[in-house]
Design a binder for this molecule. Structure first.
Ligand code: C6P
Length: 393
């Protein structure tokens, strides 16, 4: 059996999305900015896709959704845009507050900007992997121009207090950006209810295609372009529009948002079943209370077992999981969220992330429970033999 439990890294395409995209690789290939019939034929589909995104996220007509190539681009566009629009012209307001557990597309961009005079405060997570309103606002100074805080963490699934922090930021006249990549399709994301200035998303996290994402920009909060060179997207993001992928993203988002209830009932039940079984294994730590997490995610540490060894065992059994964020998994590494939470530095090397999707089945979870338990027993037996041999020598 093959089981994919790395849905926070990327997801499979919803079969309906694949069907919807197909004509745009065949007959409907015109450039939507062209004035001929081929171009005009695709325009309504583009508008329909954008309309689906406005509806799914409850975006007001006067606000913008910019199409980007991925969440990494959206995060770069916001942070560099704030730098060019505000900080360069007024270095007195050069302070950005963020969390220490953001995705590298935020952390690395801020590290780059700090070489150009931006002062960044990184707020640490508490011992549950959470972030409090108080901790975020305590980091604010009279120089703060922006708060950037993810909606849900990609490694633990912990949901951060976006509504509270965005309201507090607004009261102080501070701009607010959230990276909602891991929230859309898992928990309600309603921009009428939650007033953010900028919000990042990416289609491949909710069963859409890879290489397409978006950035919500509130009316009056527009930023300078990251890409120049064309009139596409109302002149706000140059480059020929990838209609097939935009159409795919529109339907994928509609479908994902329509399945949030399923995620919170059916997928949550499967996640909890898996978590209960894993928690029975001795010396296991699951990060964060499950009711404060997205319904599909588990970040677990099995004391004494390296995350990578466990992943190899699972991989041999056809099960895909990860030690954490996929973009940091090519080298043996300490999981940064575990490092931030744990007093025990060893924990950071034992982390494993299991992330389900609405396509995960009960049969798959039963199989994972069996294989996970066996792998843990095998690796524990090896590590105790090793400890014994070492003691004897
Ligand atoms: N996280 C993970 O394994 P792109 O690929 O650019 O569309 O998405 C980047 C990104 C941005 N923000 C968050 C919160 C994310 O989780 C990701 C992608 C994957 O956790 C791959 S590193």
């Amino acid at each position: 059996m093959k089981v994919y439990l790395d849905n926070n890294a990327t997801t499979k395409i919803d079969p309906l999305v694949k069907v919807k995209m197909q004509p745009f690789f065949e007959d409907l290939y015109g450039n939507p900015n062209s004035l001929h019939q081929f171009g005009m034929d695709v325009r309504p589909h583009l508008n329909e896709a954008l309309g689906s995104m406005y509806d799914a996220l409850h975006v007001r007509d006067e606000d913008d959704i910019l199409i980007t190539s991925c969440a990494t681009e959206s995060n770069n566009a916001v942070l560099k845009g704030i730098f060019f629009k505000y900080i360069l012209s007024n270095p007195e307001k050069n302070h950005i507050v963020t969390t220490s557990v953001e995705h590298p597309s935020v952390l690395d961009t801020l590290s780059f900007l700090s070489e150009h005079g931006v002062d960044v405060t990184y707020v640490d997570v508490d011992n549950e992997g959470g972030i409090s309103l108080e901790a975020m606002m305590a980091a604010v100074t009279d120089k703060t121009i922006l708060i950037s805080m993810m909606w849900a963490n990609n490694e633990t699934g912990m949901i951060f207090p976006v509504k509270e922090v965005s309201e507090a930021a607004k009261e102080k006249g501070i701009l607010f950006h959230t990276d909602a990549v891991q929230a859309i399709g898992k928990i309600p994301v309603n921009l009428t209810d939650i007033d953010v200035d900028y919000m990042t998303f990416s289609a491949h996290k909710f069963h859409g295609p890879k290489g397409i994402g978006g950035l919500y920009v509130k009316k009056g909060k527009s930023l300078p372009n990251l890409f120049h060179g064309g009139e596409q997207m109302g002149g706000k993001r140059a480059g020929t529009l990838n209609v097939a992928y935009i159409v795919g993203m529109g339907l994928a988002m509609k479908q994902a948002v329509g399945h949030v209830e399923k995620m919170n009932i059916d997928v949550r039940r499967l996640r909890d079943k898996l978590e209960d079984a894993i928690s029975k294994i001795a010396d296991t730590i699951v990060v964060g209370p499950r009711e404060k997490r997205t319904p599909n995610t588990i970040l677990v540490s099995l004391k004494g077992i390296e995350g990578e060894s466990m992943l190899w065992d699972l991989n041999r059994a056809g099960i895909a999981a990860s030690t954490g964020s996929a973009c940091a998994s090519e080298s043996l590494h300490a999981n940064p969220v575990m490092s931030a939470i744990g007093e025990d530095p060893e924990l950071a090397h034992t982390a494993m992330r299991l992330s389900l999707s609405r396509f995960t089945t009960e049969e798959e979870i039963d199989y994972v429970i069996e294989m996970f338990t066996k792998a843990a027993e095998r690796l524990r037996a090896i590590s105790s033999t090793y400890a014994y041999t070492n003691k004897a020598s």
